[in-house]
Structure formats: C-alpha cells, structure tokens
Design a protein around this ligand. Structure first.
Ligand code: 13P
Length: 243
C-alpha cells in the first residue's frame, strides 16, 4: 500500500509575527488525507504552535547535544518545549553553509528523535555530481552515512541545483533516485524502510506538484518558496491529496 502523502513547508529565513495569519490560513484548509507541516524560523515556533494547535510545526535545524556552551544553537528538547513536533536535519543549506558532515547530521537526527521530534532528513547532489553521472551513487552514500539506527519519519531528496532555481530533474531521474533511496532505507531498516516517507524537494510549485506526486516512491514534498503563502502551498497540498 502506498504511504500517505506528507507535504512539509520549509520557511527558511522568512517570516515574522505578521505571518501567523498566513499559517492559520494554511492550517485551516488542510484536507484530511494528507499530512502537512510547516518548519518555521525558531522565533515563530511557539507563536505558531499556539495559534494552530494540533497542526504540525517544526524547526529547521537542531544541535546534537542536549545543552551546553553552543551560542546561537537550540537543543531538541527546546524545540519540543516550544511546541515543535518535528525538525529538518541535513538540509544542503546547513551541510554547505555550516559545514555539516554526514556524521553530524546523523547525530542531530538521533538527538531529535530522543527528544520526541519527528525527523525529515535531507540529502541531495550538486550540479557537478549530477553532470558527472554520479548522483545516485553519491546521494545513496550520503543517506547511508546520515541515517540514524531508528527509522526517521521522512527523507527528503533535494538536488541542490533544483533548490530555488525553478529547475527540477526529469521525472525519470526522480524515480531512479527514489527507487535507490528506498532500497537503502529497506537495507537499513528492513520492512520499516518501506514506511519512511520519501519526499522530493527543489522548486516544487502548484504547476508541477501533481506530476511529481505521481512518480513511484514519491511520498510527498519538502517545499521552500511555494510554502510561504496559502495561495501557493494549498494547491500543492491538494495535489498530494488527489495523488
Ligand atoms: P524551493 O522549493 O524554494 O526550491 O526550496 C526547496 C527546499 O530547499 C526545501 O527545503
């Protein structure tokens, strides 16, 4: 049986108090057949969680340690305490911008799950790797090295060159990558690997969501820019509902 679709928004460094109304609009319109979450800047998590009780609010990063002298970082239990129920780890903007290695991503995922947070673990290749024909091997190895011992809720395949560019891989390339990642998940977790939601991320829009959701082993999406407004995000959620 196919997995229930999961559509998560990643607001990155966008949003302020004025955005709570938009979050309320999104949460109020979510159909019953899809899991939906918004991963917000830390400053908005508590306010949003209070504004939309029962709707999944997440963070975008977490520290692997539970406490200590880590200026600017947040521990998993702090996110949970603020009302988050999930967190993204290993986004390419963290891996590249903050030099996060696979082992760090794995440690973050373990810390998040130990604190009761669901995890969306991101992997993805650069354009150079894609053009060298090494995308599947590279991303598979990245996943193997980043996966914690207990199954994560979701893995997001996000080609770096597709993020914020309007470009997406061919549907055949998405299918090939997701089949390879599913095989890695089953190798790591056995039967439970089939239940890990495999999300595609990178320039998902209302105009391309339905065709992406129709690809085998695409269980949803991690959406950046198009998750910032109800007008863009809800049609993507509805496409998942219809898939
Ligand atoms: P865009 O949807 O803006 O391309 O961002 C994708 C992404 O990085 C989600 O985590």
């Amino acid at each position: 049986m196919p997995n229930r679709k999961f559509v998560a928004g990643n607001w990155k460094m966008h949003g302020s108090a004025a955005s709570i109304a938009e979050i309320v609009r999104i949460a109020a319109a979510v159909p019953s057949g899809v899991d939906v979450a918004l991963c917000l800047p830390s400053t908005l998590i508590e306010r949003a969680a209070r504004a939309v009780p029962g709707f999944a609010i997440g963070g975008q990063d977490v520290h692997a340690e539970a406490k200590g002298a880590f200026t600017g970082d947040l521990a998993a239990h702090m996110l949970h305490d603020a009302g988050a129920s999930l967190v993204i780890v290993g986004h390419s903007e963290r891996r590249d911008g903050h030099a996060e290695a696979d082992a760090t991503v794995r440690a973050k995922a373990m810390a998040a799950m130990a604190a009761g947070l669901d995890v969306i673990l991101c992997v993805g290749e650069s354009l150079a790797v894609r053009e060298a024909g090494a995308a599947v091997a590279t991303v598979s190895a990245q996943l193997d090295a980043s996966l914690p011992p207990v199954p994560v809720r979701a893995v997001a395949y996000e080609p770096i060159w597709a993020i914020g560019t309007g470009l997406i891989p061919s549907l055949a390339d998405i299918a090939d990558m997701h089949a390879a990642l599913r095989a890695r998940l089953v190798a790591a977790y056995g039967e439970a690997g089939h239940g890990v939601r495999l999300l595609y991320g990178g320039s998902v829009k209302p105009t391309n969501a339905a065709e992406i959701f129709a690809v085998a082993d695409v269980d949803g999406a991690l959406v950046g820019g198009a998750s910032l407004t109800a007008a863009d995000f809800l049609p993507i959620v509805e496409a998942a509902q219809g898939a």
